[in-house]
Design a protein around this ligand. Structure first.
Ligand code: SF4
Ligand code: SF4
Length: 442
């Protein structure tokens, strides 16, 4: 089958930002060396922060639990290195605030070999044990959201998952970490799919990959036998195809109604990195202590795809990539559309850090804003059928309650409206401010 056999269908609306992936698309994943110290924030996932299990001065081995889940919607943390707890207290977080974290000093004489402590065989676990095992392994959605994975696998009575949808779209510009994972670890990805299909009772799986990754599509298809329930679907390139409701629309032509979840339609959506993490847990005994990060952008000297232990300071990752070019003005964690500028290079790489991107004056210069010309391009761009121009108008007037009536809370902050706006109105920023205010008013 031709790797470029394309699904013509996609989701409605969306935008086409330039891919800008060529800097790293062909760069094999490298491992960054271990550094002197690591910071693991207790709240680096969606939900309740984890609770420390260690004390200052305690010796740790790589992969040992350091914090347990604080609630059901929460997850565990593990030491990314063999070393010693240096501090438990507030540390600078990516947004500039100080949040509770565990700081670990690496043992310079340790081999940093992972001790093989395999969990029970995955096919011997019932649903509740499997969910507990995923939570104890600290696995979250690796696409950027960092939503605890076990919560998605807790299927309410009466519901049944029949489709596992694997998100390999990687639609954000610059990012190539999922692309390289599909190229370099296809067997681990397929193993993760097998485990999850059996555990969830899914009959089929589809791996959605945008057509700008034909090599990954070919590698995956070459590993899948005819008659397999697993299919690789090549999708047109479009942003934000990686948003799970968009991917469902693109592949199954089904809409997830507002207020409902994919599982209400019998679909479980997982990022490729999450499935590789599941395979690593059961086959290698490895909890989530490292991830693949794309380091790119015009401000980076040597762009790369790297395996980075969680908690590594961004400064050290950039040092490994030859440092920042002098013209750099901003470093963003995540992709350029949904990521956020970091407040300091000392903040750590987190479970949800898919990218570290460095931008120069040229990309960060804020274009002059003009009045809205009611062109409707933001409406055409919004995949959630919101009215971004109206939301922006209300946002400027700080009429947050009115914005709520216009479904501001359904906005996924994809930034497609801002990208499409010819008047350079910072629509998504206005929406974010409104959502923050509304959350605090609750
Ligand atoms: S309104 Fe929200 S969901 Fe719609 S395009 Fe803008 S950022 Fe994306
Ligand atoms: S795209 Fe910009 S100028 Fe056009 S309607 Fe939307 S907010 Fe107004």
């Amino acid at each position: 089958m031709s790797p470029l056999r394309l699904f013509r269908r996609s989701f409605s609306h969306g935008v086409h930002p330039e891919g800008l992936k060529e800097q790293t698309a062909d760069r094999p994943i490298q491992r960054v060396p271990f550094v002197e110290s690591y910071v693991m924030p207790l709240g680096q996932h969606i939900g309740v922060p984890a609770k420390p299990l260690v004390r200052v001065g305690q010796r740790l081995v790589r992969g040992e639990p350091i914090a347990e889940a604080g609630a059901f919607v929460s997850t565990w943390l593990h030491s990314p290195v063999t070393g010693r707890v240096r501090d438990i207290g507030p540390h600078r977080y990516i947004d500039g605030s100080f949040k509770p974290a565990i700081e670990i000093e690496a043992d310079p004489y340790a081999t940093q070999q992972l001790e093989q402590r395999l969990p029970p065989a995955w096919d011997s676990l019932d649903a509740a044990q499997f969910i507990q095992e995923i939570q104890r392994a600290g696995i979250v959605g690796m696409g950027g959201a960092a939503f605890p994975a076990h919560v998605k696998y807790s299927i309410p009575e009466g519901q049944q998952i029949h489709d596992l949808l694997v998100n390999g779209a990687e639609c954000e510009p610059f990012l190539t970490n999922d692309h390289r994972l599909m190229m370099e670890r296809p067997d681990a990805l397929l193993r993760g799919i097998e485990i999850l299909m059996v555990q969830l009772g899914a009959e089929r799986a589809a791996i959605g990959v945008e057509a700008n990754k034909p090599d990954a599509i070919e590698v995956l298809r070459s590993r899948i036998d005819d008659g397999s329930p697993v299919e690789v679907v090549a999708l047109p390139v479009k942003y934000p195809q990686g948003a799970e409701k968009m991917l469902i629309k693109a592949i199954y032509d089904r809409e997830v109604p507002a207020g409902q979840l994919p599982r209400d339609l019998g679909i479980a959506v997982n990022n490729v990195g999450t499935l590789v993490a599941i395979a690593d847990r059961f086959d290698r005994g490895m909890p989530l202590i490292e991830r693949v990060v794309t380091v790119s952008g015009p401000g980076v000297t040597y762009p790369a795809n790297l395996i980075v232990p969680l908690g590594t300071p961004v400064r050290e990752v950039l040092r490994f990539c030859g440092g920042l070019r002098e013209e750099t003005r901003e470093v963003v964690m995540g992709g350029p559309m949904m990521g956020a500028p970091i407040a300091s290079l000392d903040v750590p790489v987190l479970k949800g850090s898919s990218g570290i991107l460095a931008f120069t004056e040229q990309e960060t210069r804020r274009p002059k804003e003009y009045p809205c010309i009611r062109c409707g391009r933001c409406l055409e761009a919004c995949p959630y059928f919101l009215n971004p121009s109206r939301l922006a108008r209300l946002g400027k007037a700080r009429l947050f309650q009115e914005m709520k009536e216009f479904q501001v809370m359904d906005c996924v902050e994809c930034g497609a409206c801002t990208f499409a706006c010819p008047s350079s109105i910072p629509i998504v920023q206005l929406i974010r401010t409104a959502k923050d205010n509304l959350r605090h008013l609750r």
